[in-house]
Ligand binder design. Sequence first.
Ligand code: HEM
Length: 173
Amino acid sequence: MATRKEIMALPLTNVEKGAPVHFKNPPAAFFDAIGGEAGMKELMYDFYDKIYESKIAHFFPQDEDEFEKVKEKNTKFFVQICGGPKVYEDESKGMELNEYMIRIHDDFSINENNRIEWLGTMREALADKAQHVDIELIREFWDYLEKFSKLTVNTFADGSTYYAAYQQAKEDK
Ligand code: HEM
């Protein structure tokens, strides 16, 4: 179990351009606790509904059918990255999942503020949809998001760009 207050207190740290990012994929125990594929869908659909109310809404398709596709793909990714069934396999074209995810984001100019907004939106979705999950499991899921999201930031305050190489991502198994 977790309280809204505990979830809203999940920590945020800053991106350092080019610095190695150590992260661990989320545990399968989180996937089970959120409620498997159905629970993950509920969390991710809520997250995307909130994204459309957020400061980063303009990054995402405005067309309803396209928006639906992003929701579906996003859910599949999170099912697989959390150790659930390999439902995203066809999308990632044989690439390692996290590497593929970094490259997907290269098409968008994402800065630190956008990342903070993305994470803040996810934290709200967790507060609404994950209170039945043990806080320690939520912390592990969050830890992955908080760290991995640093590799999606490619645009910096001085106007420069930097696209994370996959070897910058250190997966601690
Ligand atoms: C932990 C960090 C993140 C993860 C795991 C993640 C995951 C995903 C996934 C699974 C997709 C769908 C990919 C597909 O088409 O199959 C996606 C798309 C996208 N993400 Fe992220 N994301 C992260 C961070 C961010 C951040 C910080 C932004 C900031 C704006 C962002 C913006 C987008 C955009 C614009 C799309 C594409 C939507 C489209 O297809 O038009 N993401 N992301």
